[in-house]
Ligand binder design. Sequence first.
Ligand code: FA5
Length: 359
Amino acid sequence: MAVELETLETEIESLEAETLRAVAEATTLDALRSVESRVTGRNGTLGSRLQSIKDYPPAQRGQVGQLLNHAKMRFAKIFADAADRIRASEAANEAHRASSFDPTLPGVRPALGSLHPVTHVQWQVEDVFQRLGFIIETGPEMETEYYNFEALNIPALHPARDMQDTFWLNNGMLLRTHTSPVQVRAMQRHGPPLRVLAPGRCFRYETVDASHENTFHQVEGLMIDRHISIANLIAMMKLLLREVFGRDVRVRLRPGYFPFVEPGFELDMNCAICDGTGCATCKQSGWLEILPCGMVHPNVLRYGKIDPNEYTGFAFGLGLTRLAMMKFGIGDIRVLNRGDVRAIVSPERLTGPTIKSVD
Ligand code: FA5
């Protein structure tokens, strides 16, 4: 619709003022474009006025056209300037975001796991004995009655079989109750002289308490050569405990019965949980049975095809799980099989308990 020239001028003035306000409020290019289309778009306020130039009488058309086209150019400049301002501000924001990231700041270190306490002491024991020329052997966890009992001088119906309550399997085999079956297996495989260390899991059908698990770790040691004596055995045991605990450990040796050694000993260590004063872990005795050992019985050497007149040897069966408990001050064996060991590998525990030294 054609309007008077004067009215058109006033209308353009107020449109310009209104547009400048709306443009100043636009902070994104999208917002700016929507203002632009409301004003100069085909159906916008100015856009539709431009369409109506043809409706004016020919005499007015030139003046109206000039007025509207000048206005169109001013508005185009208003929008172009605003677009430049918005782009510059977006670039400045982006630069600020980038500058707030400081690549030189130290990162957040992810929490790392650590070795299971039993693995830790197992590797330590392996390291000590490998330095002494021992080889590492592992036997099967599903074992035959022969290697678990028979070849260790424990015939069927012998009461010593009850010393280790056994999980029997439907196939006639059993879950090894100790690591000692590796003794005869290693003798048969390698022959004398022999230095073997055999760590591994053992299983016993027994009531679980603070110091007994149905699944636990032992490490078997076996040394066979000419002239091996009890003195060698005791020296090695002391060396082992000294290396694991980093200092001499108070121990006691008492006679122990195992059909596969003669003589046999129980080497106990002063309970590191209560410092020998008595607690649930040591059953109030102040001592913890940790290292049964002895001189290999001649019958066992014979099962291993070794002549007992020519060779002697010692063997020990270290309770690896209990050793880990002593080293890390873990009062209850059950936490070691729970899977979540965060509580027991805290740094202060890794320094180990206080062990009294032996005179
Ligand atoms: C034996 O198993 C013998 N084979 C050890 C041996 C080897 C003696 C060589 C002589 C020569 P014993 O049943 O005492 O012995 O077990 C050995 C060690 O395993 C114990 O001192 C103890 O530290 C650990 N142990 C035994 N039963 C358990 C259990 N249920 N939970 C945790 N540790 C155990």
